[in-house]
Write a protein that binds this ligand. Structure first.
Ligand code: TYM
Length: 431
């Protein structure tokens, strides 16, 4: 009987804590310590006079989300600007910590292969599937750990497309007309006489949907995505203003049994500093970014390029006529870019060269001296990733298992947010 009532008390406390957290839009997962603490409070309350209960642990979940388009092969820009940043974050910053409001913050990482984005430009259906799986395998090979992060394919989580439609209808056209990537890509497509699909225009809204579905607080990306992140923030504010206010909204939420808080969390971009890989430039033009859409494959180093190809590409890359290689000279963008790459691929185990070491090493070098040194550093950095990639890509069962688990977990969260968005907009709930 006593055991039964204690259990009931623990269950009741858990429900109270969980529902308080839920009302605040926070998740609550009682840890073993919490349960033990609640159990000892409950037991002692039957034998000794009432004492002040220990402070209730408050927890909240912080989500991180990012993705890469599976368009062709992933290059050094994608790796240094995005994927490596994800891995570092996953390994260094996902331990629970206490925030300024006294909440214990648990971090969840979601990394998706954004295949719905890959069809916004003409694509080859024969290649989409392989590029998608290859990208996912590369995330894992680069160090994304399925024990610590969820990896999934965007098109396996249907709410992305549906939320995109809802957001499309709440986004002014002129916000999208300002998007630099749209202007660049559509100008390129028009100059080569290809038609531009509506999807290319609304692509930043799909990206906003990707982020908002998970209430992601932080989004690690390269510098070129800054404007899209700003748009996602603008859409969040507009949506919350348009649909999440007033008594009618509260009533709809009550009827649907969900908390009447704004539908979406405003996301923040996480962008490295320039020299650290936020903007890796093309090998054929130090003033434009390394890009998958550049027709010239020699303009980029793909993460899966064999060593021989890497050496050839570095040998051919654009340089200048000056002797001695110097950093941050505005007249020498190629020198700065290649030095940034050299620094970024140094081993991270403490044995790597620092910027000062490199400046000393290269100050009197010719390009003929430096290029082979740079090529070897890139090859050495990428070789273990390529080896691991081969293992992961050949183990289809493992890869599909990771992606299946990731999609299940993503679907659970995304469906909840989509439901809240539908309620906010006033759709009839399906019974
Ligand atoms: P995408 O596929 O063009 O690029 C993927 C990631 O790589 C970064 N990146 C670079 N970083 C440094 N130097 C470069 N030269 C370079 N080129 C690309 C990008 O900034 C990006 O972080 N719309 C996005 C994908 C996306 C997404 C999302 C990202 C869709 N939904 C939600 C974050 C969250 C894109 O096309 O990235």
């Amino acid at each position: 009987m006593k055991i039964h009532s204690t259990t009931t008390m623990i269950a009741t406390s858990t429900v109270i804590l969980a529902s308080t957290a839920f009302r605040r839009g926070l998740s609550f997962t009682p840890t073993t310590t919490t349960l033990r603490r609640m159990a000892s409070t409950s037991l002692s309350s039957t034998t000794s006079p009432p004492t002040t209960p220990p402070p209730k642990p408050k927890t909240r979940t912080r989500r991180i989300l990012s993705g890469v388009q599976p368009t062709g092969s992933l290059h050094l820009g994608n790796y240094l600007g995005a994927i490596r940043q994800w891995v570092d974050f996953q390994n260094k910053e996902t331990e629970p910590f206490e925030d300024e409001n006294g909440f214990i913050v648990n971090t969840e990482n979601y990394f998706c292969v954004v295949d719905l984005h890959a069809i916004t430009m003409p694509h080859d259906p024969k290649e989409l599937g392989e590029s998608t799986l290859s990208s996912a395998a590369l995330y894992l090979a680069a160090g994304i750990d399925p024990e610590k992060s969820r990896v999934f394919i965007q098109s396996h989580v249907a709410p992305h497309a549906e939320l995109c439609w809802l957001l499309n209808c709440a986004t002014p056209m002129n916000w999208l007309e300002r998007m630099i990537q749209y202007k660049d890509k559509s100008a390129k497509a028009e100059s080569s006489d290809s038609s531009v699909g509506v999807g290319l225009f609304t692509y930043p809204v799909l990206m906003a949907a990707d982020i908002l579905l998970y209430q992601a607080e932080r989004v690690p990306v390269g510098e070129d995505q800054r404007q899209h992140l700003e748009l996602a923030r603008d859409i969040t504010r507009r949506w919350n203003d348009l649909y999440c206010k007033g008594g009618a909204f509260k009533k709809r939420c009550k009827k649907a049994g969900i908390p009447s808080y704004p539908t979406f969390t405003e996301p923040e971009a996480m962008i490295l500093s320039k020299g650290d890989g936020a903007r890796v430039m093309s090998l054929s033009d130090g003033s434009s970014k390394m890009s998958k859409s550049d027709a010239d494959d020699n303009s980029r180093i793909n993460v899966l390029d064999p060593p021989k190809v890497i050496r050839q590409k570095v040998k051919k890359c654009k340089t200048d006529a000056a002797v001695g290689i110097t950093w941050d000279d505005p007249e020498r963008p190629e020198a700065t870019n290649l030095l940034n790459i050299y620094l970024a691929v140094q081993p991270s185990d403490g044995s790597g060269k620092t910027r000062a070491d490199i400046e000393e090493e290269v100050k009197d070098m010719t390009w003929g001296d430096f290029k082979p040194v740079l090529a070897e550093a890139i090859v050495e950095h990428l070789e273990p990733i390529q080896k691991r990639y081969k293992e992961v890509r050949e183990d289809e069962e493992y890869l599909m298992g990771v992606l299946g688990d990731g999609a299940d977990s993503a679907n659970e969260i995304a469906s909840k947010t989509l439901n809240a968005a539908r309620v906010a907009m006033g759709f009839v709930a399906r019974v």
